[in-house]
Design a protein around this ligand. Structure first.
Ligand SMILES: *Cc1c(COP(=O)(O)O)cnc(C)c1O
Length: 387
């Protein structure tokens, strides 16, 4: 079935004799047992009875199953944030002495975690551009364990050649993790293109309404889910049931929203590209974006969050942030409302000038997350601010 259908038909756990049509909120931290053996056994595996919040919860499980289904995975683990999911995976899969290959253009928080892993535990990362499988081949060492990519990178729209790179990774025995936050399962299902694990900031498009913080890790194979479940219980970044419940509510309209987001992004990117005050637009849906041809091979859409540069540089960028009226200056992305921010001082503040240049973020670059308002209103607001 199509994602539109699967997103609407999210299965609730049955209660005696019938099944609730919407997933109920099980706002409980603990579950009581009659039989001590059942309680003891349930703490040892992900498919036992519900025991305690960190081990699992029916509302959270419904979210995990829904996202696994949309991503074409076997199972998932929901977490308290996207960074919770990323840390749970990296700490659960890596050991001292391991090596990672990652694409250079990464979410700032992920980049910092990889830097910390190197400093604290000697787990080094080699950064690659991601357009060329040969570059990955020469980066792989005997101790390389993971390949880490983002489907569409934050905020420059860089797209790694996932099908080609994951094939090389598989051959070399590496696990491929893909952060699919920007594409969502509507625009890309990385598992179908060779990923072993997909990670999301559910705070963004999955939740979609700027009212919940959450993350999800989806596993192509049940064995990886089982292995990481035990670690996740100890790691302690479990999703709260209410956050999971809000995310499920958001998921119902994900395919509908993604189409509206992307259609608006095409209008806004096109108008920005034609504006004399704008020097570059980094939406990968534009035919002249350096990643467009690679993305067109395996994406069914290019998302709706991207950066653009102003001819007037840093000062012009800051001035624009102060002059938009409808569009709001705020962190986050993927909500129904259009947001802008200045990555160099916010989402990518951890990078110095050279690191920013290496990933294509200018000191004056502006990131926009295009919402689902009427596109004419968005264009009018940007034009008055640019003027
Ligand atoms: C926001 C974001 C994250 C981190 O997610 P949180 O929910 O804020 O912890 C990770 N990756 C990408 C691509 C993001 O945009």
């Amino acid at each position: 079935m199509h994602p539109d259908t699967r997103a609407v038909h999210i299965t609730a756990p049955p209660v005696a004799g019938s099944t609730p049509l919407s997933v109920p909120l099980y706002q409980t931290s603990s579950f009581a047992f009659d039989d001590p053996h059942v309680l003891a056994d349930s703490m040892t595996r992900p498919d036992g009875a519900y025991v305690y919040g960190r081990f699992g919860n029916p509302t959270v499980r419904a979210l995990e199953q829904a996202v696994a289904d949309l991503e074409g995975g076997a199972a998932a683990l929901a977490t308290s944030s996207g960074m919770g999911a990323i840390n749970m995976l990296l700490h659960g899969l890596l050991r001292t002495g391991d090596h990672v290959v990652a694409q250079r253009s990464l979410y700032g928080g992920t980049y910092t975690v990889l830097r910390d892993l190197a400093e604290r535990y000697g787990i080094e990362t080699t950064y690659i551009d991601g357009h060329d499988a040969g570059e990955l081949r020469s980066a792989i060492r005997p101790n390389t364990r993971l390949l880490y990519l983002e489907t569409i990178s934050n905020p420059t729209g860089h797209i790694s050649d996932l099908p080609a790179l994951s094939a090389v990774a598989r051959e070399a025995g590496l696990l491929t993790i893909v952060d699919n936050t920007f594409a969502s399962p509507v625009h890309c299902q990385p598992i179908a293109h060779g990923a072993d694990i997909v990670v999301h900031s559910a705070t963004k498009y999955l939740g979609g309404h700027t009212d919940v913080t959450g993350g999800v890790a989806v596993f192509a194979e049940e064995a990886h889910h089982r292995e990481l479940w035990g670690h996740a219980v100890e790691f302690g970044a479990a999703a709260d049931p209410f956050a999971a419940w809000l995310t499920i509510r958001g998921l119902h309209t994900l395919p509908l929203r993604m189409r509206a987001h992307e259609a608006n992004a095409a209008v806004v990117a096109g108008r920005l590209a034609a504006h004399p005050a704008v020097s570059a637009v980094h939406w990968s849906g534009l035919a002249d974006h350096p990643s467009h041809a690679i993305g067109a091979k395996f994406l069914s859409g290019f998302g709706a969050t991207f950066s653009f540069d102003l001819a007037g540089g840093f000062e012009a960028g800051l001035a624009l942030l102060g002059r938009v009226r409808l569009i709001r200056l705020a962190p986050s992305l993927g909500g129904t409302e259009t947001l802008i921010l200045h990555p160099a001082s916010t989402s990518h503040r951890q990078l110095d000038g050279d690191e920013l240049r290496a990933v294509g973020i200018g000191t004056g670059s502006i990131r926009i997350s295009v919402g689902i308002e009427h596109p004419d209103d968005l264009v009018a607001d940007l034009e008055q601010a640019l003027a």
